[in-house]
Design a protein around this ligand. Structure first.
Ligand code: PGA
Length: 258
């Protein structure tokens, strides 16, 4: 099994990082109009979505045949609630482009049978031919999707229990009240994510610096879920802004990040 370092792409600002990732997506969509793209929520991808919307409106970037699969969704949070990822994705991205509703997939955290919803989601990804490009953020726990520390590397789409740290981090989207953050989510598993043909992990801000360094340099282990990306490093690029790369000494020298 391969263990090397993912590629790095450094930007000065969060906004510039988002634009560069949007360009990667635009290139894929131009080369393969029915590409399968895995998407992420949270604040990290905001500038990327803004740029993709601009490219759609100003340059006619066509999403009509693109198939989208989101990483995760809270369990038990109705889709008309602004904190749900169904709502967030619609408002932030899908309603501004020409994606077809039947091509948009987000795990069903309101399903009566959550296990069946997980199995259906995994199958839908497989039936689509697998993910061509997966976009990831990273949590300060090292989670990708909602795969928290301790998640087995061979997990497929499953119900995860959110760590207390993640609930505290996401309380900012719930009026600052951690108790309002759901305790569970449906998430693509680490095996689902690493099966993607290409993977881009984005991180911005100094608060992500330590976990990014760990994810890239610690021996892959379940306590740092994102460290699994080293095992598929040949298809992974970390897009970082200067602040997130701050603690990254070897790369600071390589890329003159101050
Ligand atoms: P953030 O979340 O983009 O809001 O920082 C990232 C994550 O938790 O994966």
């Amino acid at each position: 099994m391969q263990n090397s370092l993912p590629r790095l792409n450094l930007s000065t600002t969060h906004k510039q990082m988002g634009k560069k990732v949007a360009q990667q997506i635009a290139k894929l969509v131009t080369d393969k109009p029915d590409a399968v793209i895995g998407l992420a929520t949270g604040s990290t991808p905001d500038p990327m979505y803004k740029e993709l919307i601009r490219m759609h409106k100003e340059n006619g970037l066509d999403f009509s045949r693109v198939r989208f699969f989101n990483l995760d969704e809270y369990v038990g949070l109705p889709y008309d609630r602004p904190q749900s990822y169904h709502y967030e994705m619609r408002e932030k991205f899908f309603k501004h482009i020409n994606a077809k509703p039947e091509n948009i997939h987000i795990p069903d955290g309101m399903a009566e049978d959550l296990q069946a919803a997980c199995a259906d989601y995994e199958k839908a990804i497989r039936d689509a031919g697998g993910i061509d490009l997966q976009i990831l953020g990273i949590g300060e726990t090292g989670h990708i999707g909602f795969n928290e520390p301790g998640t087995p590397f061979d997990a497929i789409t499953h119900i995860s229990r959110l760590s207390e740290k993640t609930r505290a981090d996401n309380a900012r989207f719930f009026g600052g009240d951690k108790n309002k953050v759901p305790t569970q989510a449906i998430t693509m598993g680490l095996k689902t994510i690493t099966a993607a043909k290409q993977i881009i992990l984005m991180a911005n801000g100094e608060h992500k610096g330590n976990i990014v360094r760990e994810a890239m340099t610690t021996t892959p282990n379940q306590e740092v879920p994102a460290s699994i990306l080293q095992q598929v490093a040949d298809k992974v690029t970390f897009f970082l802004d200067r602040a997130a790369a701050k603690h990254f000494k070897p790369y600071q020298q390589l890329f003159s990040v101050r």
